[in-house]
Design a protein around this ligand. Structure first.
Ligand SMILES: Cc1ncc(COP(=O)(O)O)c(C=O)c1O
Length: 387
């Protein structure tokens, strides 16, 4: 008889993520992988050279818990220029191991057992497990196709005395919806007289298209005071594997955030932080990202003309959703397209807790033109029905 009793899971609903499943399936079938959200190209040679410089200069020991000073200062300048809002580099900016850590630390700093947390769904997959590990309950506000705009009446109905936190993601993964100033005003008005905090996942802050502009919660005076703004250098500079992100929050919130961060990772990778600090001093490096991705989105959509898919051009992020007409569940179609035509995508139903099926597949267009062209060519060959 084993002396070890069986471990009861704290996350019974969590299994292998769809991103792993689809990427594995893509690899098995030699399919073009437009499923997972990472660029198919490298970060800029200048940025890579800076990392090498700091590695060789011996910046290889623990960074300060809050992040290296030049990076916090560079972020403070960037935020001031971009959003007209100052965050104090000593007290209000913390560098983290990716936005994932920032999100987890912010949620943990706020949520206690019994608290309710409003989550807009479809939702990025890391929010709910973080809420549940802290004893909180996610309360879902569903965004509906085709626009996936926020139904503010529904938000108002779902706020209760137990609501402690609201998680916002703009530009939104997977729908590409970009929150408007009106959205921020509506949110601010609803929580004005309540003890409710906000986590803003703004990892795609630099990727918006056409006339859509990112409005950060940092820009909204009332929201700024109660928001943890989480960002990711990985997304902005095509280096997702580096996992360096940050949290901007007023001093009182940052103090609590840091208590968690301190025991979660303590600090993050040193030479990369110095490299990013130097790289951020040239604003063009992040200002050019939107045009870079817009060109990719437009290219991908041009190549899809003549296919049986329909779409609304994505407002932001590096994802484009394509809808289809047949009755096949989106999960099944994503698997079949991977196996049969060699293009992997993500079925958007996985981003809903009840797996709402809008017959919509998410494609990541952060790939080189050759890959996008080949993928589109294959998608154009799909007849629009399954036999
Ligand atoms: C909406 C959203 N938030 C957070 C993350 C994670 O960012 P990071 O890689 O910096 O941890 C991702 C990555 O896909 C994302 O799409």
């Amino acid at each position: 008889m084993s002396l070890v009793s069986s471990l009861t899971t704290k996350l019974p609903k969590v299994g292998t993520t769809i991103f792993t499943t689809m990427s594995q399936l893509a690899a098995e079938h030699g399919a073009l992988n437009l499923s997972q959200g990472f660029p198919g190209f490298d970060g800029s040679p200048a940025l890579l050279a800076l990392v090498e410089k700091y590695l060789r200069k011996g910046f290889n020991q623990y960074a300060p818990m809050t992040g290296v000073q030049p990076l916090r200062e560079a972020l403070a300048r960037k935020t001031e220029v971009q959003y007209g809002q100052g965050y104090h580099p000593e007290r209000e900016i913390t560098i983290t191991s990716g936005a994932t850590e920032a999100l987890f630390a912010a949620i943990t700093a706020v949520v206690r057992p019994g608290d309710e947390v409003l989550v807009f769904e479809p939702a990025y997959d890391s929010y709910v497990p973080a809420i549940e590990l802290n004893g909180g309950t996610p309360v879902f506000v569903t965004l509906d196709a085709p626009d996936f705009a926020v139904d503010w009446e529904d938000v108002r109905r779902k706020i209760t005395d137990r609501t402690r936190l609201i998680i916002v993601n703009t530009p939104h993964n997977p729908t590409g919806y970009v929150w408007t100033r009106n959205d921020l005003d509506q949110l601010a008005a609803l929580i004005q007289y309540r003890d409710i905090w906000v986590v803003a996942d703004e990892v795609y802050e630099h990727i918006t298209f056409d006339t859509y502009n990112h409005v950060s919660l940092a820009q909204h005076p009332q929201l700024r005071e109660r928001t943890f703004v989480c960002g990711s250098f990985g997304k902005t500079f095509h280096v997702t594997g580096w996992k360096v992100g940050y949290c901007l929050a007023p001093a009182e919130l940052s103090t609590e955030f840091r208590k968690v961060h301190q025991y979660l990772t303590f600090s993050t990778v040193t030479p990369i932080q110095y490299a990013l600090a130097e790289y951020l001093n040239e604003p063009e490096h992040y200002k050019s990202v939107a045009a870079f991705y817009q060109q990719k989105r437009d290219f991908f959509l041009r190549q899809l003309a003549g296919s049986t898919f329909q779409w609304k051009p994505s407002q932001g992020t590096f994802f484009q959703n394509l809808s289809y007409q047949t009755k096949v569940p989106d999960y099944e179609l994503a698997v079949r397209l991977t196996k049969e035509i060699g293009v992997a995508s993500i079925p958007t139903s996985v981003f809903f807790h009840q797996k709402n099926d809008h017959k919509l597949l998410r494609f990541c267009f952060a790939k080189d033109e050759e890959t996008l062209e080949k993928a589109a060519e294959r998608l154009c060959q799909w007849p629009g029905f399954v036999s």
